[in-house]
Design a protein around this ligand. Sequence first.
Ligand code: SF4
Length: 179
Amino acid sequence: MQKPRLLLHICCAPCSPHAIDLLKKDFELTAYFYDPNIHPEEEYLFRLDEMRKFSHQIGLTFISAEYDSDRWFELTKGHEDDREGEGRCDICFRMRLERAVIFAKENDFEYFTTVLTTSPHKNANVINKIGLELAKQYGLKFYEADFKKRDGFKISVQKGKGYGLKRQNYCGCVFSKRK
Ligand code: SF4
């Protein structure tokens, strides 16, 4: 039986191995890299390239979207001093998930989701709520998950090390880098 197609938003390669292994049992996966939050551009290009190579290594279809960082700065204006997990992150999650759901809709995917919940710093309730709202708005299915659960983060780190993936020491945006 053919598995349903799921578009998997990727924030970075090291957060993805565990989620990919769990999801590929039930879905035909495509990795989708849309992360205009990542700063500076050099770091963005590094993370993009790392995910591209990793996808190739494991035979996963990989798609990257535009790096519209100006729009990210516009949307998060006024939230420069928020701490990680506050309002700026909600905007950042929504922006990335909305781009993913639009791509999924345009390209006949049934489901979309994100590996963002792998990180212990990310609130899965907030991410799932945004995903479900967008699913309703665009008429698609959002796969609710908390990939950090049951040692998911640890497993992802271990698997990532095995693939030679580099874990960065800040979330992505210039404000998280400063802190
Ligand atoms: S800390 Fe991470 S999730 Fe929050 S706004 Fe910055 S890049 Fe986005």
